[in-house]
Ligand binder design. Structure first.
Ligand code: PMP
Length: 431
């Protein structure tokens, strides 16, 4: 595969952009080699600058549930740009999308639009702190909630990939207010809560983790957290930036039947445009300015183009329950194919999969938290990644990421992925 143009662009980029990329994990450091530079994408495919075609498993890290450049969203955006790009003033579509989100995610009574997942989580903990009058938060090792200072403690995704979970530049004061527990460990959470009585404002987690690779909550874990939060007056925040509108219409909270106090949402509600949102109980959200005293603002928040894309996307998801049936069956089909290949090849690597999210870990241990995710053979993952890429499959370039399926993938694409997976395993293990 020729990727000379991508390589050239990456060399040039390093002169002008730190590390040559605008978000760390894109640099391929975890898997080695030079990143491919994307030129365009349509449906289930992405195309790089050298003209190579790949089947897409990143899907902009989640939002492209319907595949790339969906006609309806394209039309909504081209219609919207006829009326200018930003007003910094209220618009009709903001009201419509807020009403729609409230109807789709039952725990959300009021919602505020922001511009990224990072802003959503930062704002959610600020309002939780304002509401409770407490300072500390609990997060889970290996969960990633964007690059807000409070969350760069034992963080997943790129922060885990680069081995710098505690970033320089985060003050000790901020770090002291972030307590961390192992994912799926209710006992550890209870201990933290007992040791910090009346000091914990919020507990935040990815209900299904995407950022240490795909990791599922054990039975009773989410319910147990809800109970602890109720007993202690802690605001439970589910970060559904990846899982929202993906694992079910109402997100992971609908799928697992757990009701958070606040929810953070991301890129999916912009149909891929730069959007995030946080919302939840009116009692808490009414603390947000100008209704209440907790300040949070944004010139570009509720951007008209992003709202047009998001509204079209969410309306489509709301009106087409078959999207979720398809995502479920595609995920199940892929997992069955991967398992059959492993059996055939006498392998027992751990595959975590739920609906349209999955990660293959190069370990035989069950992966239920960050330490177990880290038992994966990362060198082998790097080889696997490149073997897949060479076969035209574009995966997240780190073991600590989930893959995301879209409805644009047909059985034919799924079979290609299954075949590429088997051939790649054979190649890297010399089987
Ligand atoms: N929360 C979660 C669960 C995420 O996966 C991410 C990013 N992938 C974020 C927050 C941060 O979102 P953004 O990159 O849009 O700031």
């Amino acid at each position: 595969m020729n990727t000379s143009i991508s390589q050239h662009l990456f060399e040039k980029a390093q002169n002008f952009i730190p590390g040559g990329v605008n978000s760390p994990v894109r640099a391929f450091r975890a898997v080695g080699g030079s990143p491919i530079f994307i030129k365009s994408a349509k449906g289930p495919y992405v195309y790089d600058e050298d003209g190579n075609e790949y089947i897409e498993l990143i899907n902009s890290w989640g939002p492209m549930i319907l595949g790339h450049a969906h006609e309806l969203i394209q039309k909504a955006v081209s219609d919207a740009i006829q009326h200018s790009f930003s007003f910094g003033a209220p618009t009709r579509r903001e009201v419509e999308i807020a009403e729609l989100i409230v109807s789709m995610v039952p725990s959300i009574e009021k919602v505020r639009m922001v511009n990224s997942g990072t802003e959503a989580t930062m704002s959610a903990i600020r309002v939780a702190r304002g509401f409770t009058g407490r300072d500390k938060i609990i997060k889970f090792e290996g969960c990633y909630h964007g690059h807000g200072d409070s969350f760069l403690i034992a963080a997943g995704s790129g922060a885990a990939t680069f081995g710098t979970p505690d970033s320089p530049g985060v003050t000790r004061g901020v770090a002291n207010d972030t307590l961390t527990a192992p994912f799926n460990d209710l006992g550890a959470v209870q201990q933290l809560v007992d040791a910090n009585k009346n000091h914990i404002a919020a507990l935040i987690l990815e209900p299904v983790v995407g950022n240490m690779g795909c990791v599922l909550p054990k039975e009773g874990f989410l319910e147990g957290l809800r109970k602890i939060c109720d007993e202690e007056g802690i605001v439970l925040i589910l970060d559904e930036v990846m899982t929202g509108f993906r694992l079910a219409k109402g997100g992971a909270q609908e799928r697992f039947g757990v009701t958070p106090d606040l929810t953070t949402l991301g890129k999916i509600i912009g149909g891929g445009m730069p959007v995030g949102a946080y919302g939840g109980k009116a009692e808490i959200m009414n603390w947000v300015s100008p209704a209440g005293p907790v300040y949070q603002a944004g010139t570009l928040s509720g951007n008209p183009i992003a709202m047009a894309a998001g509204l079209t996307m969410l309306n489509y998801l709301n009106d087409h329950p078959e999207v979720y049936t398809q995502l479920e069956s595609s995920g199940a089909k892929l997992a069955a194919g991967f398992r059959a290949s492993q059996e055939k090849l006498g392998l027992n690597y751990t595959l975590n999969q739920i609906g349209s999210m999955y990660t293959l870990f190069f370990t035989n241990q069950q992966v239920t938290d960050f330490p177990s995710a880290k038992t994966s053979d990362l060198i082998l993952f790097g080889k696997y990644f490149h073997a897949m890429l060479n076969r035209g499959i574009y995966m997240g370039p780190s073991q600590f990421e989930s893959m995301f399926l879209s409805t644009a993938l047909t059985d034919e694409h799924l079979n290609k992925i299954i075949e590429a997976n088997e051939d790649s395993l054979k190649e890297i293990l010399s089987l």
